[in-house]
Ligand binder design. Structure first.
Ligand code: FPP
Length: 237
């Protein structure tokens, strides 16, 4: 008993976990269901995992909910994902009750006005929460984010010698947040898909064949255990 307790205490927790919630479509297809059912199941998994991260003391959880490329999907599927977001954002009490702070990254301009309104309200409601920060990537693309930062640098008229890594990082959507320590991609795909491409320079990766709707705290624990086995040197020796 004592030994087990010690092991738990000594475990290093990643400060920031980022997840690509992939495999919803395949999960639905396997069951003969529409893709929207896969996204609904994925949204439910997201809530379970966010709650679990909060409970074990993770500080930041960033999830890829909608990419700049996802607009290419059929209109009904896009609307289905947007409606799941609406449902999640409407239930603002959940953040208050759970001490979760809600933030977003991405280019929000093309999103429907009511969604943007809900996002603003939830950020305000949850801004003093001291537990997990849930960070939802919405109309997010890593290259788009870097272009956006570079444009700001040009608009602000920085001199070449002022353009440092820090100057770029401060103009990304993630300004003020620590870089992800652990990036999780389920569903058997092994790529970043334009996700946090600047911020992931020194992240550890964990891949699994499990489809996102089937992802559970058990898988998260496996990822954290794998992370604990990694030797992070950040370019040193
Ligand atoms: C990728 O799976 C998943 C998405 C593009 C959407 C993810 C969105 C959600 C889980 C809902 C978001 C809701 C909240 C509340 C954050 P895929 O469709 O590419 O799966 P496939 O590769 O099997 O087709």
């Amino acid at each position: 008993m004592f030994r087990k307790k010690r092991e738990v205490i000594e475990r290093r927790l990643p400060t920031h976990i980022a997840i690509i919630m992939d495999g919803n479509g395949r999960w639905a297809k396997k069951r003969g269901l529409p893709r929207s059912a896969g996204h609904a199941a994925g949204a439910s998994t997201f809530k379970t995992i966010a709650r679990y991260c909060n409970r074990i003391g993770i500080r930041y959880l960033t999830v890829y909910a909608f990419s700049t490329e996802n607009w290419k999907r059929p209109e009904a599927e896009v609307q289905g994902i947007m409606n799941l977001l609406r449902d999640y954002l409407k239930d603002a009490d959940q953040f208050k009750n759970e001490n979760i702070r809600l933030q977003f990254i991405g280019d929000f301009e093309p999103l429907d006005e009511d969604i943007r309104q809900l996002m603003a309200e939830d950020m305000e409601t949850s801004k003093n929460a001291t537990g997990l920060t849930v960070n939802i990537a919405l109309n997010y693309g890593g290259r788009d984010e870097i272009v956006h930062a570079v444009r700001r640098i040009a608009q602000e008229g920085l001199r070449p010698e002022e353009i440092t890594e820090q100057a770029v990082a401060e103009r990304l959507y993630t300004a003020g947040m620590p870089d992800p320590d652990l990036i999780i991609r389920p569903s058997g795909e092994y790529r970043l898909s334009n996700y946090l491409i600047w911020q992931s320079a020194y992240a550890e990766y964990w891949f699994s064949n499990v489809l996102w709707p089937d992802f559970s705290p058990k898988h998260l624990e496996q990822a954290i255990d794998a992370y604990n086995g990694r030797d992070r040197r950040f370019g040193g020796v």
